[in-house]
Design a protein around this ligand. Structure first.
Ligand code: GFB
Length: 315
């Protein structure tokens, strides 16, 4: 990739897209193109085609997606399936129609079978049934991977697909019903501390295990893959270590400074028992993460205090 290549980052306001824009800019890429939702609705085929015809990007990062935590995925499977399939079909097919040189598609660790052997290797894809709480989203992401691979085999396109583990960091969604676990528990711990509450409620049993990667590490990996990886085979992006939800909440409470009780609401779903990615393929290429979980949580908490709470107080 040249520093002057025109790079379209789809989803630049989201957790991952915003981190990729920060990383590309810091690395000296000078020709980024982004579009707000009001300017470009990625779900509209004709609008996406017109955007590509006008802007003619050379590289595309497809970080736009409808995402959410376990409850949102479980409650709105129609939206998670339809919106994701629509927008990824539009962007990937327009990239082909307008001679994009390279495209990076972002998947998710939930594409793998619910009971895949741990840590999960890339070749576990489609070897068993999916976790029901997010199968609609997973099917959409699998369709995106297959479309990229189909363009590679049928037309020789250089479309690559990265599978991130659970991500967190600045610009995450901190809404208690639709967010992922880490931002939700950060908010719960903060509010409990601030309000003098005696306990916080954690969904599920606390036993599931998850692997968490700071989004700045993810962005670093994405740029690394854009610069160094040219295969249609999917590649996992993770840190290689996981924690139980109980361990996660204890760590969050420690960082936030909440020393009350934890109560576990077992009426809420646990989801997949464990989701740890096998990351030797990426490691062998020469990439590894830099941000430890405690440090990443502390940085995210600082961002939360500055950006999520300040506007609410002002209102
Ligand atoms: O992050 P999360 O919503 O999604 O939940 P998944 C992870 C675990 O944390 C589950 C528990 O066992 C939840 O029950 N948990 C505990 C909580 N307290 C809370 C809470 O307050 N909020 C939330 N949200 N969870 C998602 C998929 O699965 O992972 C997506 O639904 C995507 O499709 C994403 O793939 C990476 O890790 O279970």
């Amino acid at each position: 990739m040249e520093k002057t290549d025109k790079i379209f980052v789809a989803g630049h306001r989201g957790l991952v897209g915003s981190a990729i824009v920060r990383k590309l800019t810091a690395d000296g890429y000078t020709n980024l193109v982004v579009a707000d939702r009001k300017e470009l609705d990625l779900a509209k085929e004709s609008a996406v085609a017109a955007f590509f015809a006008r802007e003619k990007p050379e590289i595309v990062v497809l970080a736009a997606a409808k995402v959410g935590g376990i409850k949102a995925n479980n409650d709105y499977p129609v939206e998670f399936l339809l919106e994701n399939v629509r927008l990824q079909n539009n962007v990937i097919s327009s990239a082909h129609a307008h001679d994009v040189r390279k495209l990076l598609f972002l998947g998710s660790s939930c594409i793998y079978p619910k009971h895949a052997p741990q840590p999960i290797r890339e070749d576990a894809l489609l070897t068993g049934p999916l976790e029901p709480t997010n199968d609609a989203y997973a099917i959409a992401k699998i369709a995106g991977i297959k479309l990229c691979q189909a363009y590679a085999s049928e037309y020789g396109e250089n479309y690559i697909s990265a599978m991130p583990t659970n991500l967190y960091g600045p610009h995450d969604n901190f809404d208690l019903t639709s967010s992922h676990v880490l931002p939700a528990l950060l908010r719960k711990a903060h509010e409990a501390k601030t309000n003098g509450a005696r306990e916080i409620v954690v969904w599920g049993t606390g036993q599931p295990r998850r692997e968490f990667l700071h989004v700045d590490d993810m962005a670093d990996a994405c740029v690394f893959l854009l610069e160094n990886y040219n295969s249609p085979e999917i590649i996992n992006v993770g840190c290689g270590e996981d924690v139980s939800i109980r361990e996660l909440v204890e760590l969050i409470c420690d960082v936030v400074g909440f020393d009350g009780e934890l109560s576990f609401d077992a009426t809420k779903p646990d989801g997949t028992p464990r989701k740890l990615l096998e990351v030797s393929k990426l490691k062998a290429l020469g990439w590894s993460p830099k941000i430890q979980l405690r440090e990443g949580i502390a940085r995210t908490y600082e961002w939360f205090l500055e950006h999520e709470l300040a506007p609410a107080v002002a209102r």
